[in-house]
Design a protein around this ligand. Structure first.
Ligand code: BGC
Length: 358
């Protein structure tokens, strides 16, 4: 296991996990990030009530894992980590592909309930389906860990055997902005006093996309920078969409683009292809940042083809998700407002990228 990751995990574990208030608005179907409530950029390290219950069963049960779609680079790493951890602990695990179709995922959840699984781990297809999912698992009385798409604290409060494990997306956005501020000209390549950027967004229904979009730019404006958004386009977390969007924007705005913000690495890798095709050079005449620290992105950061990325700790989140599941299986219940458990993001730069490479 990577050294940094091991350290991060040790910290998370020794703190009994940081439990913060999940007060984010996960319901908005509109992208305008500015209307989001300012989620705390550092979730308060409230004590986790679950940490005091040690006698969770040591594996042996059945676990149903629902992933929103298998064809997602980050969620592939995440689900493989989940499966590995659960199986190593002796659980019988079934992982299913929702194919980005909420109706299909609802059926999968119902099938798991009919099969009487001991616990569920669910990566919802749509954040807006949270109420329905929570209602279903509550009626079935199945302990459930939601991952990757955070519902509101209010939605989660409907069921006390439910917990969310993820990261505070605002933090990853802030780190992206800081990566730009740490460059030699602080993102203002042409020296006109304005940082001109395009934003390639994930799925705008997703709180990660909303908060990364907002907080990456907020880090710049908070530092007193003037910014100009040349374009914002949804790329649905997808590499090909990242490539297409960047190619179109480079054709339309050319040298005006100083920074390309991508809500995730897969879209950034796509954007890099477009940048290279357009004859531009990252870190010389354009900056490019993503989130996730996918292996491919780490290589590009190392080679100077990406300005930086942010570790979205799949192994750390999978570990925390299994821990929370075991607490639920051990009888822990969660009070309203204490149902979100966050794993920290980590900024990845050319200087520290080696720490994250396998
Ligand atoms: C990741 C994306 C991923 C998305 C799926 C985000 O946290 O950064 O890469 O596509 O989750 O919901």
């Amino acid at each position: 296991m990577k050294k940094t990751l091991a350290l991060a995990l040790a910290v998370v574990m020794s703190l009994g996990l940081l439990a913060g208030c999940g007060g984010n608005n996960g319901n908005s179907s509109n992208p305008p990030a500015a209307s989001n409530p300012p989620a705390a950029s550092n979730p308060p390290a409230a004590s986790n009530p679950a940490a005091s219950i040690p006698d969770a069963p040591a594996g042996g049960g059945t676990v149903g894992v629902c992933i929103y779609k298998f064809d997602d680079a980050f969620m592939t790493t995440y689900r493989n980590s989940l499966q590995e951890i659960l199986e190593s602990k002796g659980y019988k695990v079934t992982v299913v592909d929702g194919n980005n179709d909420q109706a299909k995922q609802n059926e999968q959840i119902n099938t798991f309930i009919t099969q009487k699984v001991d616990a569920l781990i669910i990566n919802p297809v749509m954040t807006s389906a949270a109420d329905q999912i929570i209602d279903t698992v509550k009626n079935a009385g199945i302990p459930t860990v939601l991952i990757n798409r955070e519902p509101t604290a209010e939605q989660m409060s409907a069921y006390d055997k439910l917990v969310y494990v993820g990261c505070n997306a605002a933090q990853s956005g802030t780190f992206q902005g800081e990566l730009i501020l740490e460059t030699e000209n602080q993102g203002d390549i042409n020296g006109d006093g304005v940082i001109s950027y395009i934003m390639i967004q994930g799925d705008p229904e997703n709180i990660d996309a909303q908060l990364r979009t907002e907080y990456s730019v907020k880090a710049l404006t908070d530092a007193g920078k003037e910014v100009k958004q040349l374009n914002l386009t949804r790329g649905d977390w997808d590499r090909n969409r990242g490539q297409e969007i960047a190619a179109n924007d480079l054709a339309q705005f050319g040298d005006q683009i100083e920074v390309i913000f991508c809500n995730n690495d897969d879209m950034a890798i796509g954007a890099l292809q477009a940048i290279q095709t357009a004859g531009r050079k990252v870190n010389e005449d354009i900056y490019l940042v993503g989130v996730d620290a996918l292996d491919a992105a780490l290589t590009e950061v190392k080679n100077g083809n990406m300005t930086g990325t942010v570790l979205n700790d799949a192994m750390g989140q999978a570990t925390a998700a299994v821990e929370e599941m075991e607490k639920l299986l051990g009888g822990t219940t969660y009070a309203s407002g204490e149902q979100s458990v966050y794993v920290d993001y980590v900024k990845v730069t050319p200087e520290n990228v080696g720490d994250f490479m396998k």
